[in-house]
Design a protein around this ligand. Structure first.
Ligand code: N01
Length: 552
């Protein structure tokens, strides 16, 4: 939609689940909206991350929208934790069912987002020069949407195929008979490695930091369980609202084993509540793990709060790795040693350790033999050359701030977001920034975002934004932005609740802290205080007619 056409009320960047729900919700509020999306279709994360093995680690019956009872009833999930193609199908179904695509311009990457002081409007400029303008702008650009590719010497010289898990091609990638190398063993690498090993002639895994990974629930969905969820969805949605991680922990009576309970952080698939690890004798600990598997370690509360318990859990985990991996040297290389369980986003896997028992898989420990360069025929470490036909980067994302900074956002009086965030992201509630009136972020830094069931967080944010814009129009206000004091207090609170958690332990280097990006300020970006507490704060702003904001 060129700028010469009638200006919509709201422009949105991104047509993932956040941008999609924004269209639905803003339309329902009687607002006009236009979305610009870099991809050729909807789905965001699930559009880009098509690598073999990609799947969600929140149960699908929970990782689904609650805004439409009809949608809840008509959609069936084939598995408890769905694979990427099924989640992308769900996104497409929503786009079709609610006729969303008519308000989306696809294949268009935004290179600048500018506030125009004279008209109090926001202007989006695409890479091809097209522009869109509106009084309100929503950045629905996702928390993990800018793939991170390390700069390795000689990278451009490689003659084989280069892929990134976060930007995987839509067409099938044939790895049969190929020598494949993969760099990275985070969630993406751990999911991809077993699948790649099954397809490739040989797989070389280049690991810098070993991972704590737990076996994922791999059950097919049972009709009876799905039906019970459908019968109880209103109760489930309200339970989600009361849970720190936005998951209901609803236990179907018809099969308690099919739906793995989830933790308060919504990100592990295991429910904290197994008491304290240090209350058990060493024999009892081992017996529990032998009976229930390594994932049991995640159920002990003190593992997350008491460094001593964390050390004990980490040691038990390493014992477990040695049981799973046949070659003792490989097993030892796969053991995490210099950070603890709970510091990073929990990784779940299917057959990760068993993969290293295959004849066609080699593990390279980059701590012992670092990468020296990429060569025309493969990858050179300090120990020698690895010949490769395909090199896969599973090296993660410039998380939470990356997409917003790359959009080149300029606010009031020429204020650059990049300047404002020089020492780390500063927001009020992860929703707005002072100096950027009428610009909203969905699941921005300082909100529960990646520590919450994303679809719950997205619905809450978009609802809040839609209510705010509706109120602005009804009360004939032109602009809204946070007060300085609101931002300062909120950032202090975000930091205070993160302090003393395993997430911010000195030994911890995670993307939550920006530690995966050279030069990125070390700040714990998501809000760890829990979804209900956060939502109450957002609701209080709405109820007070936005007392924490400057409204003109
Ligand atoms: O990225 P990561 P990811 N040389 O940053 C390594 C979500 N997600 O894409 O730790 C060598 O976690 C790096 O090593 P190190 C989920 O929230 C969810 O895997 O920096 N190695 C690490 O091993 C997740 O947390 C799902 O030493 C280098 C890896 O690359 C988030 O996305 C599935 C390197 C990056 O791990 C990100 O996961 C997938 C270098 N120069 C993703 N640079 C599910 O829902 C980086 N690495 C299940």
């Amino acid at each position: 939609m060129p700028a010469t056409r009638q200006m919509p009320d709201v422009i949105v960047v991104g047509a993932g689940f956040a941008g999609m729900y924004a269209i639905y919700r803003l339309r329902a509020a009687g607002l006009s909206v236009h979305v610009v999306e870099a991809g050729s279709d909807v789905g965001g994360t699930w559009y880009w991350n098509r690598y073999p093995g990609a799947r969600c680690d929140v149960p699908s019956l929970e990782y689904s929208f609650g805004f439409s009872p009809e949608l809840e009833q008509e959609w069936d999930w084939p598995e408890v934790f769905s694979a990427q193609p099924d989640i992308l199908r769900y996104a497409n179904h929503i786009a079709d069912r609610f006729d969303l695509r008519r308000d989306i311009t696809f294949n268009t990457r935004i290179r600048a987002v500018d506030y125009r002081d004279a008209t109090a409007t926001w202007r989006l400029t695409a890479e091809d020069g097209r522009t869109w303008e509106a009084p309100f702008c929503i950045m629905a650009t996702g928390c993990l949407s800018v793939p991170m590719k390390p700069e390795l010497p000689g990278a451009d010289t490689f003659r084989g195929r280069v892929l990134h898990t976060g930007a995987w091609p839509a067409e099938p990638v044939d790895l049969a008979g190929k020598r494949v190398g993969i760099i990275g063993t985070g969630s993406s690498g751990v999911q991809a490695i077993p699948e790649l090993a099954r397809e490739a002639a040989h797989l070389t895994v280049f690991q810098r930091t070993p991972v704590y990974t737990m076996p994922a629930n791999r059950k097919a969905m049972r009709d009876a369980v799905q039906q019970e969820f459908k019968d109880n969805y209103r109760q489930i949605r309200s339970l989600q609202q009361a849970n720190a991680g936005g998951v209901s922990n609803f236990r179907p009576t018809r099969s308690v084993n099919t739906h793995t309970p989830t933790t308060t952080t919504a990100t592990t698939g295991f429910r904290a509540g197994g008491g304290n690890l240090l209350d058990l004798t060493p024999e009892e600990r081992r017996a529990r793990i032998a009976r229930r598997g390594l994932g049991e370690l995640l159920t002990f509360r003190d593992v997350y709060t008491n460094p001593e318990a964390n050390d004990v859990a980490n040691a038990l985990y390493r014992e477990g790795v040695h049981h799973l991996v046949q070659d003792p040297e490989t097993a030892e290389r796969l053991c995490p040693k210099d950070y603890g369980i709970g510091c990073k986003r929990q990784v779940l896997d299917r057959d990760f350790y068993a993969t290293f028992n295959r004849d066609n898989v080699t593990l390279v420990n980059l701590r012992e033999t670092p990468i020296e360069s990429i060569t025309p025929s493969g990858l050179r470490t300090s120990a020698g050359d690895h010949e490769l036909d395909v090199l896969i980067y599973a090296t993660g994302f410039d998380a939470m701030t990356g997409a917003l900074l790359r959009a080149n956002i300029t606010g009031r009086d020429g204020t650059l977001l990049a300047d404002k965030w020089r020492y780390g992201p500063v927001t009020y509630l992860g929703l707005q920034m002072r100096g950027f009136p009428n610009l909203f972020t969905v699941t921005g830094p300082g909100s529960p975002s990646v520590l919450c069931n994303m679809l719950v967080a997205i619905e809450q944010h978009v609802n809040w934004i839609a209510d705010c814009i509706t109120w602005m129009q009804a009360t004939h206000h032109a602009t809204i932005e946070p007060l300085d004091a609101s931002e300062d207090d909120w950032i202090a609170h975000v930091n205070a609740v993160a302090e003393g958690t395993m997430y911010t332990a000195p030994s911890c280097n995670s993307w939550y802290l920006g530690a995966n990006i050279p030069g990125k300020p070390r700040i714990f970006m998501p809000y760890v205080g829990g979804y209900p507490r956060y939502k109450a704060r957002c609701d209080a702003e709405t109820a007070s007619n936005y007392a924490g904001f400057e409204v003109l």
